[in-house]
Ligand binder design. Sequence first.
Ligand code: 5RP
Length: 227
Amino acid sequence: MSQLSSQDALKAQVAQAALAYVQPHALIGVGTGSTVNFFIDALAHSGIPLQGAVSSSVASTQRMQSLGIPVVDVSQVDALSVYIDGADEIDGHGYMIKGGGAALTREKIVAAQAQQFVCIVDQSKRVDILGAFPLPVEVIPMAVPHIIRQFAALGGRAVLRLREGQALVTDNGQHIVDVHGLKLSDPLAQEALISQWPGVVTVGIFAYQKADVCLLATPSGVQTLRY
Ligand code: 5RP
């Protein structure tokens, strides 16, 4: 059996802890990323029967389907008992930066329909002030130059995200800019401001869709933080 890196061991540990938030026969929302991949694997192996899982990305849909987890379309559900997802950063209020995996738009839509957001992270993601991680923003392609200028006026350096030398195209057919150098000292106000710029599909500040619970993996165990 392959040896997990210490960070992957923390991700596996926190993914296992998240199973406690999955009620049998529930409808749940599932996020995207390497931590969530550990959760999907743990869920499949747990044998917990589900009514279904709403996915936040093509990648998570494929992983769940390959492991026999029933995936349901978000348009077919009224509410989800819980949404389980990782984050790139989380602060002391449960506000987060998300979108490192380019799935932020669907993540925010699915999170908005859940009664509880359970964020699963290792301790490297816990910060006092959001912004050291470049802020992902999903943007309609024709608006990218304008949005880069808008961020420059705020003191940020927005960079178009590339994949294999080309602009990355999201599951929604849009582009991502990653904004360096922004200190997110007022995440609610900054999310509201950036969200209303024409051409922005979704900003990766999750303050309105904040975490209710953070499961934080540390070498001495998983801590539960409630907001
Ligand atoms: C994807 C996300 C992820 O939750 C975030 O990037 C954290 O990913 P990982 O668990 O791989 O560190 O927002 O869009």
